[in-house]
Design a binder for this molecule. Structure first.
Ligand code: G6P
Length: 467
């Protein structure tokens, strides 16, 4: 059997709190298959020059972790710059927040080339290589340029915007053409597939061959949606463990006469956090019976805080939360509990289970695994209600959630009120249907179906190396 080599910018580090769904999902996938996991060490080290990071190897169970440090300039241009100040906002439809600099794209190319150079000597002939996310789009073309002939698949964890938004990216022809070096490109949703398909046809003059196959520049590209899932069994196990149970019991005691609403996100402008707070305020205004009885716990863990847009968001949110607590709070009740810290993953199932409403309301999101975790954490006899943005990739699968438009403050307040008042039998029915789908399409299904598709026979057109 071929060894699996996973490459992602962020790795799960058991010594540090989990940072985002990607690292958790890849960690859970690799725990089953074993293999090599290659990426950034999370360390910025100036001992090396730009593009010259040192590789560290260590074992974590059946997985070998190979990580590279980044020099300060690489970190600033590749990670903070091109990845998080250009690709992240553009792919989340936020051209207004994109900060285009030529130094950023140079750093991005340099680090992708360095990753290719450092990874190549670690590869075996029959490895299957699986590259993840927007930080590493050109990695396969860099590997191919060095003579790598193994199968290479790519999975994009974030959304693909419509073609005209992508076309606003100054280097989009180069960036998108580098996708042709992959044998298979996986996306989160059908909406993403349809956007990339339209881009290929209109901007790359690709020819559509059917079954998600396209021909362009003498190469063939396969495109397919593989919605990522969670490790349901592992999350259930976590939910039964003492720390989750203690968290749940403590919250039940503290809020015995109140209803809890919960949001857990990275502090990111794509997550629609201020919009959610405004909808909560609207709930208190329009449905005053919730004053003194509803409390929103908002956990927004720190993320990319050196990037300006993130610092601005933090300020906005702190002002907003302070104002609402000041205006509506009382000696015995505060409407909002805003926590700008990482909450240990072991406590998450307990927090979810103690909450009557889970608010997952991003403005745009590739998938959003918190939505799935919230559902799995519920008591099937007395489940809470998921209020989910229709702009999260998860909405394509989780149709029995209460789907909302996060830009519509009043509509969202009405949906929260419906969730708080939803009768037991309706909550049970919706929960059972959601559970079925989440269980069937779990993280192991995702890994298996992607890798099976990647192993399928080679394309009809023999892919020549990209020049
Ligand atoms: C999103 C991205 C991941 C990223 C995660 C955390 O989920 O798709 O690639 O790892 O956010 O962000 P960070 O910048 O801390 O890695």
């Amino acid at each position: 059997m071929s060894r699996l080599v996973v490459v992602s910018n962020r790795l799960a580090d058991p010594r540090k709190p989990a940072a985002g769904g990607l690292a958790v999902a890849l960690g859970e996938s690799l725990a089953r298959t074993g293999g090599l996991w290659f990426g950034w060490s999370g360390t910025v080290d100036d001992a090396a020059g730009p593009g010259e990071g040192q590789v560290h190897m260590r074992k974590a169970g059946s997985v070998t972790l190979a990580t590279v440090d980044l020099n300060q300039e690489d970190f600033a241009t590749y990670y903070q710059g091109y990845a998080n100040s250009v690709l992240w906002p553009v792919f989340h439809y936020r051209l207004d927040l994109a900060d285009f600099h030529s130094a950023y794209v140079d750093g991005y190319r340099r680090v992708n080339r360095m990753f290719a150079q450092k990874l190549l000597p670690l590869l075996r002939d029959d490895d299957t290589i699986w590259i993840h996310d927007y930080h590493l789009i050109p990695l396969a073309s860099e590997l191919r340029a060095l003579g790598c002939r193994q199968r290479i698949g790519f999975f994009l964890h974030i959304p693909v915007p419509p073609p005209l938004i992508l076309a606003a990216l100054p280097h989009h022809p180069w960036l998108m053409r580098s996708l042709l070096a992959y044998d298979l490109v996986g996306l989160q949703s059908q909406a993403d597939v349809s956007h990339l398909r339209r881009y290929l046809l209109s901007e790359m003059q690709a020819e559509e061959l059917g079954d998600g196959r396209f021909a362009a520049h003498g190469r063939e590209l396969r495109l397919q949606a593989f919605p990522i899932g969670i490790d349901v069994q592992e999350f259930e196990r976590l939910g039964a463990a003492p720390e989750a149970v203690q968290t749940r019991t403590a919250l039940h005691q503290e809020y015995s006469r109140r209803q809890l609403l919960l949001g857990i996100d990275r502090l990111d402008y794509s997550k629609g956090i201020p919009q959610r707070v405004r909808a909560f305020q609207q709930l208190l205004e329009k449905y005053p019976e919730n004053r003194h009885s509803a409390t929103l716990i908002m956990i927004a863990s720190p993320s990319r805080d050196d990037v300006n847009a993130y610092a601005d968001l933090r300020q906005e949110l702190e002002g907003l939360c302070g104002a609402i607590n000041g205006d509506y709070g009382d000696l015995d009740w505060m409407p909002l509990r805003y926590i700008h810290r990482v909450v240990a993953r072991r406590r998450v199932p307990g927090l979810c289970r103690a909450s009557r409403v889970g608010l997952v309301t991003p403005l745009r999101d590739g998938m959003n695994l918190v939505a799935k975790e919230y559902v799995v954490a519920q008591d099937p006899e007395d489940p809470g209600v998921l209020v989910l943005s229709r702009f999260a990739g998860a909405a394509e699968q989780l149709q029995e959630a209460l789907l909302v438009n996060p830009y519509d403050t009043e509509g969202m307040a009405d949906a929260i009120q419906t969730a708080l008042r939803m009768p037991l039998h309706e909550r049970q029915q919706r929960h059972a249907r959601l559970m079925e789908r989440i269980r069937e399409h779990d993280v192991h299904w995702w890994r298996r179906s992607f890798l099976e598709a990647l192993a399928a026979p080679a394309p009809a057109i023999l892919n020549p190396p990209l020049e």
